[in-house]
Design a protein around this ligand. Sequence first.
Ligand SMILES: [Zn+2]
Length: 194
Amino acid sequence: MFIGFSLDAQKALIEEVHKRNLMSDTHSTSIEGPKLSILAGVDVIQHPEVLDPREMPDELVQMIKERKIIGSMLVNQITGDAWKRHLKTKETNQKKQAEAAADADGTKTKTLAERRQEDRDLGRAIDMRRRNAEKLVRAGVILTPGTDNYIGTAPEFRRSPTRLNSSVDDRCGPGLVFICHLQKRASGAEDAAV
Ligand SMILES: [Zn+2]
């Protein structure tokens, strides 16, 4: 969990934003983080469904709904082709895990790293994101598609259907040129002359 600003600091920030007739936005990745921002009076939560890997408590759903806070969700990562791909990968890896379990002698306890790898292989965090998104939809929270997004995570909108964790070059496309240059620079693939 990461909390960047205290409740008082967030209140002061939001007050200044509202004085300028603007909306305030929080970048959410935990349960406690957005709760503080809500108490401070925030207007928008970026990807409220991403509480990896936790389920959103009903109390938090209600706080968002009652205060008419807008949830900006990363829907392209949990619907459409990305979701179909996740289900397919999950099924394949479930079979692999079942086969590996049948071969194992059963005397060894799995390490934390092994269990985390299993979670990743089965996309448990993605499942939880979708479950949280469904919870928010069912509760009637005001929601919008978000733009705080990784490159190419909606395969159906890509010009070439490249996998998610492809190289920087693969991911560079129209409209994302600047971000790609930054990533290339960060990875040392391009000098700082951009
Ligand atoms: Zn984000």
